[in-house]
Ligand binder design. Structure first.
Ligand code: ADP
Length: 751
């Protein structure tokens, strides 16, 4: 079942396909090549041997035909000598007739007398042929003549004739038609090699005999293949059948006065190659058998390779999802098993490394997320042993040059953290400076005092990791070992990494503490400053108002007449006092804003009336060539807002515009929109550089803050404007171009 399942899927793997192909190529190619080569060679061999055999056979058959002719001749000679008793005497026919042997050899046998009188004693010779003079001459030499007689509707007759008396051939001839079965060795006396066919042709390739049916055309064609030489071979096809043929020429002229006969033997190629046909049939079966075998073997092999491969693949997949615990189990006893073992070792190492990394990351996170030295120390004590094996850990936080607090945690008592005071000598600190990475103290070295808490808990070797901050020793992480440890590069690296993180954590914590302290200090200082400014302003404003009042009274002549010079001086005092009152008021206002004491008091304001009143405040003549242009429509709505603050906003903007414009216009405009009101104060003054635009709203910020600046002020006007606009839920925008002027726009929502 498993193999079946495997079958369906195994060719999806590239390796499997490759191995499978390799198997097929290795197994089938040589078999096929061998089979084809041997097939061709065996076919050739069989052909060759058959040719040779046929040649031998054709020779043997020819010889046996010749032999039989000789036997027939001897028979005739014997019969002739018995028959012939003398010239003119009657033939001496044997009373007991002819022997059985003669009857088999001859179809007919008859002596023909002088006057052509024939006395047949075996069969009847129809129309006996008349010997030609040449034949007669041949017979007169005592030899027989063989001739072929063509007869209508009858097979060819082979006639052998011999003179009864060779000295006088005219006296009579013995004439016999040879039994073809005997002559050609067919029938009962078949002497032909098995599966061979025999044909005998005369000189003109006329068929004398042919054992194949359809002989005439067949034999005529054979004639074309038979060359002039006395023997030879040929290939021939007849009625879709291939034949191998071999011929042997029989010279008969000398003995039988008949031109040579050619004995042809042939055998069908199909018969010759019958074993090959068998081979051909068997071959595909063998191939299929091998293919099956190859398939089976390759499957087995592929499985042996693929199963471990798949397991390894699965293992890597598990590693990718950080599963380092599961192991790859391969027991193939080969390199795959070795690979799986190495893989498992690697997974083990990775497991350890990832654990270390994770623990270190935890320690990092814990260290960096708390800003309290003690908590950092506790985290290190709790988690460090997960990464670094040791018997006890001490984290010593250095308090002063020679004193420190050692936090100690022992193996087996993790939750308990002991705190002890330790002393450090300058030599200890110097040694730690010299070994900034790590300082190992072995059992045969003297133990410094700061390690005493670990030493009396049983440790005899120590690995110290000093932590420096700004070149001064801040802490020491000390790992204590009862037995000398085996410390490798990796352990030392991890230990140092943790120590560095602790260094960052502790320095962060210390910085945080410093910053916190500074913030508290700053806040306190600010509060003191605000209180001071508030008190001072308040305390200053009363006497200033008094000065202003009395000066006014003196000016008005309340204390006697004042001359012109005195009046000018008093006016100067008035003006300066007024400036001081404005300044003090601004400071007071700003202080109130900073302390959150300013509240919004909303009321319904008739804007037109509001603006008319504002305008009145600027009716006084100015010392500069400035025209104040008021631009607002007659039908302004009633706005619900804090009128006092809105007035302060516009006053500050208008007085700035006047202050920073020497010549030209200051335009105050108001527009009504569905969402609220827009107030604009624009001037043709000195303008503000683009880089300082974002800063002008800050407290005490001035574009030119030098002592020689030609403009008065402390830099609180726009600070108050911005804060008040915020309080009114409005927005302020400024556009300015140095040398051309500035435009401040304040928008206040309807409600
Ligand atoms: P000050 O008391 O100096 O006027 P402000 O807060 O009112 O303080 O303004 C801050 C600074 O912004 C000014 O010192 C001045 O440099 C710049 N500034 C304000 N308004 C104008 C203006 N209309 N044209 C040019 N500069 C201005």
């Amino acid at each position: 079942m498993q193999i079946m399942k495997f079958d369906a899927t195994f060719l999806r793997s590239k390796v499997a396909r490759r191995i499978f192909l390799l198997f097929i190529v290795c197994a089938l190619l040589p078999i096929t090549a061998l089979a084809i080569i041997s097939f061709i060679q065996v076919t050739e061999q069989i052909n060759e041997q058959s040719q040779r055999r046929l040649r031998q056979a054709s020779k043997a058959v020819a010889m046996s035909i010749y032999e039989r002719l000789m036997f027939l001749d001897a028979d005739m000679k014997m019969v002739a000598s018995n028959l012939y008793t003398g010239s003119g005497a009657p033939f001496n026919l044997p009373p007991e007739g002819l022997t059985e042997e003669l009857k088999q050899r001859f179809k007919t046998l008859a002596p023909i007398g002088e006057a052509g009188k024939s006395v047949p004693f075996l069969g009847r010779i129809e129309d006996p042929p008349e010997p030609t003079p040449a034949e007669k001459r041949h017979m007169s030499s005592g030899k027989a003549v063989v001739s072929v007689q063509q007869r209508q509707d009858l097979p060819l007759g082979i006639i052998m004739s011999r003179a009864l008396d060779p000295q006088h051939p005219e006296r009579g001839i013995l004439l016999g038609e040879i039994n073809p079965t005997y002559l050609w060795g067919l029938g009962d006396q078949d002497t032909l090699p098995p599966l061979t066919e025999l044909c005998v042709l005369d000189r003109s390739y006329k068929v004398l005999i042919c054992s194949l049916p359809g002989a005439t055309s067949f034999a005529a064609q054979i004639g074309l293949h038979v060359s002039e030489s006395s023997s030879g071979r040929f290939e021939w096809s007849h009625q879709d059948k291939e034949y191998l043929g071999s011929y042997w020429s029989l010279p008969l002229k000398f003995n039988f006065f008949v031109p040579q006969w050619t004995v042809v033997l042939f055998e069908s190629k199909a018969d010759i190659l019958a074993p090959m046909v068998h081979f051909k049939r068997i071959f595909p079966l063998v191939i299929i058998l091998f293919l099956g075998l190859v398939l089976l073997l390759s499957l087995r092999q592929i499985r042996r390779i693929l199963v471990p491969l798949e397991k390894l693949q699965e293992g890597t997949r598990r590693i990718a999802v950080r599963d380092f615990v599961s192991r790859v189990a391969v027991s193939s006893g080969d390199e795959f098993e070795e690979l799986a073992n190495s893989f498992n070792i690697m997974a083990d190492r990775l497991d350890r490394q990832f654990n270390t990394l994770a623990t270190m990351a935890d320690i990092d996170r814990a260290i960096l997320s708390v800003l309290d030295t003690e908590k950092i120390v506790r985290t290190v004590l709790n988690r460090m042993r997960d990464v670094l094996l040791c018997d006890a850990i001490a984290v010593t936080v250095i308090d002063s040059d020679d004193r420190g607090r050692a936090y100690i945690s022992e193996e087996g008592r993790r939750s308990e953290i002991a705190l002890e005071r330790v002393a450090l000598t300058p030599r200890d600190i110097e040694k730690l400076h010299e070994n900034r990475q790590s300082l190992f103290i072995s059992p045969n070295q003297s133990v410094p005092d700061y390690l005493a808490p670990l030493a009396w808990r049983g440790s005899s070797s120590f690995l110290n990791l000093p932590i420096f901050f700004n070149e001064s020793l801040r802490a020491i992480i000390s790992l204590g070992y009862v037995d000398p440890p085996l410390l490798n590069e990796e352990t030392l690296l991890h230990a140092r990494q943790i120590a560095d993180q602790v260094a960052i954590g502790i320095s962060n914590a210390q910085l945080y503490q410093q910053i916190g302290q500074q913030a508290v200090d700053l806040e306190r200082a600010n509060k003191v400053k605000d209180e001071f400014l508030g008190v001072m302003s308040h305390e200053l404003r009363t006497p200033l108002t008094v000065i202003e009042g009395y000066t006014g009274m003196i000016l008005d002549g309340g204390y006697g007449e004042v001359n012109q010079e005195q009046a000018r001086a008093l006016e100067h005092v008035m003006s300066r006092t007024n400036d001081l009152v404005v300044l003090v008021s601004s400071i007071l206002e700003a202080t109130r804003i900073a302390t959150g004491a300013v509240r919004v008091v909303s009321e319904e304001i008739d804007l037109r009336h509001f603006l008319e009143e504002l305008k009145l405040g600027y009716n006084l003549p100015l010392k500069k060539e400035i025209a104040i242009v008021w631009d607002y429509p007659a039908d302004l709505p009633v706005l619900k807002t804090d009128g006092g603050k809105l007035k302060q906003i516009l006053d500050n903007l208008i007085s700035n515009a006047i202050k920073f414009t020497d010549k030209g216009n200051v335009t105050v405009s108001a527009r009504h929109f569905p969402w609220g009101m827009e107030f604009k104060v624009s001037d043709t003054g000195i303008g503000i550089p683009a880089e300082t635009l974002p800063l002008i709203f800050e407290k005490f910020r001035q574009v030119d803050s030098s002592n020689v600046r030609p403009y008065e002020g402390v830099g609180l006007g726009l600070y108050i404007v911005e804060k008040f606009t915020d309080l009114l839920r409005g927005k302020i925008e400024v556009k300015s171009e140095p040398g051309k002027g500035s435009t401040f726009s304040v928008t206040i929502p309807k409600s």
